[in-house]
Design a protein around this ligand. Structure first.
Ligand code: PMP
Length: 470
């Protein structure tokens, strides 16, 4: 029993009745991904640590409880006190469970990137939830970090701060690592996990490498997150990747960091759910996608363990909803879809755009040279072929702005740009594009969650003409 008190109630002695739900955290099972291994021609043993069997349904029950018990010991949390935490949901559930057992109030601060189910779930545990916009930098007063800071001060609350709290990695060092060592009979050769606060990967790695320094630890990271060299945005997978380095980040413990796209994460989550009968979320899909790469290179005697942090139940209206997936160009919902319009146009698939810092003069030149009347304004961060869209420019709007004030020719385009173009998925129906182009002169087409191309009324006319001509 890693967290519970030894029950004083003698009636429980000699039974396997847990004294409270806290005693049920940890000791999660390890299961072989047999079908997945067959399908991918994997020869080593590929196994999944099923963190879904924790009472709150995720790996975050472990650090949540560890942080609360430590705060009680340190006198930071007094009876009846309030806990405030910015969380994408799973840590919140763990904290809410511990709070319910030990009599605390909880306030959670989340971003609008999180699925609606996660918000409802926390409210179901009796917590207060505040939702903040994701599209602001961490130092913005509206960011979820800053809002959490303000509320902590206002209510004199305890803030576990999972991003800085050493008890977060410690929980995994004390439990996840030893469980894996025991469950594999000390034969684990590779450990693969997604990294968010880095508590899981760092804590588990610390323990495993102490037992056997040859064990390879592999972090799976969303493309565009800072851990694998991106700027921190944009990506859609929840709970993993960051735009800063949390306290538990320790590159000396990671043998490899594998960037995985949103597309691979989501499609892998769907595949594992269907083929293995294990419903996993996007960050689980991300971890499995990385583990498949590791397992394909591993020796037949190796044991590769991938940690699945939570269940797909929290993502039913996103990853497991075909319409939502099509909106971002992850799935095709029809044969004659927007992709066919782009095929008819037959130009290069690379996205034409201007940088926010390009001047109005440069923007006009790019539009003229390429014969286009609309352009997205995006920042592209190598090494990944993804772009962060910040707005758009339109010939007509630019003409009016320059006419009103000719001196703006040398100002950055971000100062005069229009809002972002509405988006459609490359696999959505042409009828949808027709409807949307009624209101907007152009649309931004997404493929695999990334901007692919701009679609205009002329593109549709050319397509209809080609269809009519057979
Ligand atoms: N997946 C999900 C869904 C999560 O909520 C988290 C926690 N942020 C992680 C993965 C990553 O775990 P850690 O914070 O320990 O790096």
């Amino acid at each position: 029993m890693p967290w519970g008190d030894d029950s004083a109630d003698t009636r429980l002695h000699g039974t396997s009745i847990a004294d409270s739900v806290l005693d049920l955290v940890g000791n999660t099972p390890l299961v072989r991904l047999k079908r997945t291994s067959e399908i991918h021609g994997i020869e080593c043993v590929l196994a999944m640590k099923m963190e879904t069997t924790n009472p709150g349904g995720s790996s975050k029950d472990r650090p949540a409880i560890e942080m609360i018990l430590a705060a009680e010991r340190d006198g930071l949390l007094k009876p009846g006190g309030t806990i405030v935490e910015p969380t994408s949901g799973n840590t919140g559930v763990g904290l809410a469970i511990a709070a319910a057992q030990r009599g605390y109030k909880c306030v959670f601060v989340m971003t609008d990137k999180n699925g609606p189910e996660k918000i409802t779930l926390l409210r179901a545990y009796g917590a207060e939830v505040i939702v903040c916009p994701v599209a602001v930098p961490p130092e913005d007063p509206q960011s979820y970090y800053k809002v959490a800071e303000r509320i902590t001060n206002e209510r004199n609350a305890f803030r576990p701060n999972q991003y800085a709290n050493p008890n977060n990695p410690l929980a995994h060092e004390k439990t996840t690592g030893p469980e894996l060592w025991r469950q594999t009979g000390g034969r684990i050769t590779h450990f693969v996990a997604g990294a968010g606060t880095c508590g899981t990967i760092t804590g588990t790695a610390r323990y495993l490498k102490q037992q056997n320094p040859n064990i390879k630890v592999v972090a799976a990271d969303p493309e565009m997150s800072v851990f694998s060299g991106g700027s921190g945005r944009p990506y859609l997978v929840e709970g993993v990747g960051e735009d800063f380095f949390p306290a538990a980040w320790d590159a000396s413990l990671y043998d490899e960091i594998i960037p995985i796209s949103d597309e691979a994460s989501f499609l892998t989550a769907r595949q594992v759910s269907r083929e293995e009968g294990i419903l996993i979320g996007g960050s689980g899909g991300l971890a499995v996608a990385a583990a498949l790469q590791v397992a394909k290179r591993a020796d037949p005697d190796d044991i590769v363990v991938v940690l699945n942090p939570d269940s797909g139940r929290g993502y039913l209206s996103r990853i497991f909803d075909d319409s939502w997936m099509a909106t971002f160009g992850f799935l095709r919902e029809c044969d004659q879809c927007i992709a066919a319009v782009l095929d008819t146009r037959g130009d290069t698939p690379s996205l034409l755009y201007v940088n926010p810092s390009d001047t109005v003069r440069q923007t006009i030149e790019i539009m003229r040279a390429n014969g286009v009347s609309q352009l997205p304004v995006c920042k592209n961060t190598p090494p990944f072929a993804n772009a962060e869209v910040s707005g758009s420019v339109d010939e007509l709007d630019l003409m009016e702005s320059v006419y009103q004030d000719p001196s703006i020719m040398d100002t950055p385009v971000e100062k005069v740009m229009s809002p972002k173009l509405p988006t459609v998925g490359v696999g959505q129906k042409v009828a949808l594009a027709v409807e949307m182009l009624d209101k907007s002169p152009a649309l931004l087409v997404l493929s695999g969650g990334r901007p692919l191309s701009v679609l205009t009324r002329t593109d549709l006319l050319t397509y209809f003409e080609a269809v009519a001509n057979g």
